[in-house]
Structures are given as structure tokens and as C-alpha cells.
Design a binder for this molecule. Structure first.
Ligand code: PAF
Length: 284
């Protein structure tokens, strides 16, 4: 298949393209990724495609957001497959910067969103969200998109990036899109590829925990502690699953919530073997 996909490897090339496109009145939509594209990413491309003239996907495994070297070393890199998927889902540009072009010798700056990054994943992954916001701001500066789409699966990430865009008056609309799940409820994630078949079966406890809390909330339970306890029991029923955190938070500011008197989110992180999985669900 021949395609018109262009690939840029430096912020300078990307920015020159975007500046010319903007000057010509084009609307740019952007899907930032770390590659290893799956149906969750593709749903973001499919969402953004009709909303823009030019669709840009970035593929950059950002070293700054990894708190463990082995996680960075084992992060899947599937360039050829990713390229084909981007072309098949209507992308015009892949922005795949080299690490040296993003973090040149002497790089000193960090972008940090306070409070919202302290709980949930932030409490267990020191520096992770500073790494995310720093790279996303750099990606936004190079791509200059009108719209950027992120998955709700990384709910804290989406909230933090939305807040950064608001606080720094960024001229980009940050859009969150629903988590894409396998037929049995497992949230799509690049990390699922690391699960053995037996581990994959155990990983379904995340969805069972979320579903249990949701059905109790739908039936009228308003006490967060009771909902969290019921969800926790689903994880604890699987001996191989190690719960890192499970919390019900205010969906707006991510503060812990005692009563479901406003939009709430149940968020959790669970280790299955050596693989850390996260998921979340709205409880309204
Ligand atoms: O969600 C991801 O894949 C990454 O955290 C992101 C937003 C591309 C930043 O590196």
C-alpha cells in the first residue's frame, strides 16, 4: 500500500510543517502515544480524523516518565506495525522524535502540576507525571494542534494534562475518550502483551472490581468506603494479584471522596506478576 504518511524526527521539522499548515488555515488534531498501538489508540485516531484536516500521531517512548529502568527497557517497540496502523487509520504525519532532539545535553526544565499528581499513580511513581507533562508540553509546542485526544484509561494523566492546558492557557482542546476494552472487560493496554495466558485470566479481577463497585453504586450505595471494600475484595480473591492502590476520588480534582455526592471515579493499580495494570470507572 502506498500512503502519504510523512515522518518527522525533530521538533524543528515538526514545527515547520505545523506552522505552514496553520498558516494555510488547516486544522490539526493530535494523538500522542508511546507506540505499540492497539485498539485504544486507534479509537483516538478514528475519533480525531473527521475533526481535522491533518492528523498527527506522535510515537516517543519518553524516558522521563519511567520510574523503573526495566520498565523502560521492556517497553514494546513495534515501529513497522505502528506505521501501518497509522496509515490505515488516516494519519498524515508521524512525529517520532529522537530522544536527543527532545532532551538535548543540558536540558534542565520540568513542567509540574501540583496536588493532582500526588495521589493515585503519583504516590507510587515518583516523577512520573512531571515526565508526562514536560514531554506533552514539548509535543504540543512542536505539533501545535488545535485538538489533542487522550484515553480515559490513564484517567489521572488525562486530568493532569487538562489542568496543565488550562493553567498555562494552552491553545489546544484536550479531549478524553472512553477506554476501549476486550470483550471480557480487560482494558486495552500496551502492557497486556507482557501477560502470560494465565496472568491475563487473573487480570480480569480489575474489571470485576470496577463492575462490582459500579453495580453497587447504581443500586444506591453512596458510601465510598463500602464501595471500595467491595471492589478490593474482588482483587484480594485472586492470590496472584497485588493491589497497589484502590481509591474513589472526585472526578474533577482527584481528591479522595467519602460520599458519592458528585461525579466520582474509582481508580486502581494492580500488579499481576511483573506487570502493573491500571484501570478506572466512573461512579455516578
Ligand atoms: O499515554 C501515553 O502514551 C504517554 O504517557 C504520553 C501521553 C504519550 C506521554 O508520553
Amino acid at each position: 500500500m502506498t500512503d502519504q504518511l510523512q515522518v518527522f524526527n525533530t521538533p524543528q521539522e515538526m514545527r515547520a510543517f505545523s506552522a505552514a499548515a496553520r498558516a494555510a488555515g488547516k486544522r490539526l488534531a493530535f494523538v500522542p502515544t508511546m507506540g505499540a498501538l492497539h485498539a485504544g489508540h486507534l479509537s483516538l485516531l478514528d475519533y480525531a480524523r473527521p475533526l481535522c484536516d491533518l492528523l498527527v500521531v506522535s510515537i516517543f517512548v519518553n524516558p522521563l516518565q519511567f520510574d523503573r529502568q526495566d520498565d523502560l527497557d521492556h517497553y514494546p517497540r513495534t515501529w513497522e506495525a505502528d506505521r501501518r496502523l497509522c496509515a490505515g487509520h488516516g494519519a498524515d504525519v508521524i512525529y517520532a522524535p529522537t530522544p536527543a532532539s527532545i532532551y538535548p545535553e543540558g536540558f534542565l526544565t520540568k513542567v509540574s502540576v501540583a496536588n493532582m499528581t500526588e495521589g493515585l499513580c503519583g504516590a507510587h511513581r515518583p516523577g512520573h507525571f512531571d515526565g508526562v507533562t514536560t514531554v506533552v508540553l514539548k509535543l504540543f509546542n512542536a505539533v501545535q494542534p488545535h485538538l489533542a485526544a487522550f484515553g480515559e484509561k490513564d484517567f489521572q494523566q488525562l486530568s493532569v494534562i487538562s489542568r496543565m492546558a488550562r493553567d498555562l492557557d494552552l491553545d489546544v482542546r484536550v479531549v478524553g475518550r472512553p477506554t476501549v476494552r476486550e470483550a471480557d472487560g480487560l482494558a486495552m493496554s500496551s502492557r497486556n502483551a507482557r501477560l502470560s495466558p494465565a496472568e491475563r485470566a487473573k487480570a480480569l479481577c480489575l474489571w470485576r472490581a470496577l463492575s462490582r463497585a459500579r453495580s453497587l453504586a447504581d443500586a444506591g450505595q453512596r458510601e465510598a468506603a463500602a464501595l471500595a471494600a467491595a471492589a478490593r475484595a474482588e482483587i484480594e480473591a485472586v492470590p496472584e494479584a497485588r493491589l497497589e492502590y484502590l481509591e474513589i476520588v472526585d472526578a474533577e480534582n482527584l481528591e479522595p471522596l467519602a460520599t458519592l455526592d458528585r461525579p466520582a471515579r474509582l481508580c486502581l493499580a494492580v500488579w499481576i506478576g511483573n506487570t502493573r495494570l491500571i484501570d478506572n470507572l466512573a461512579l455516578n
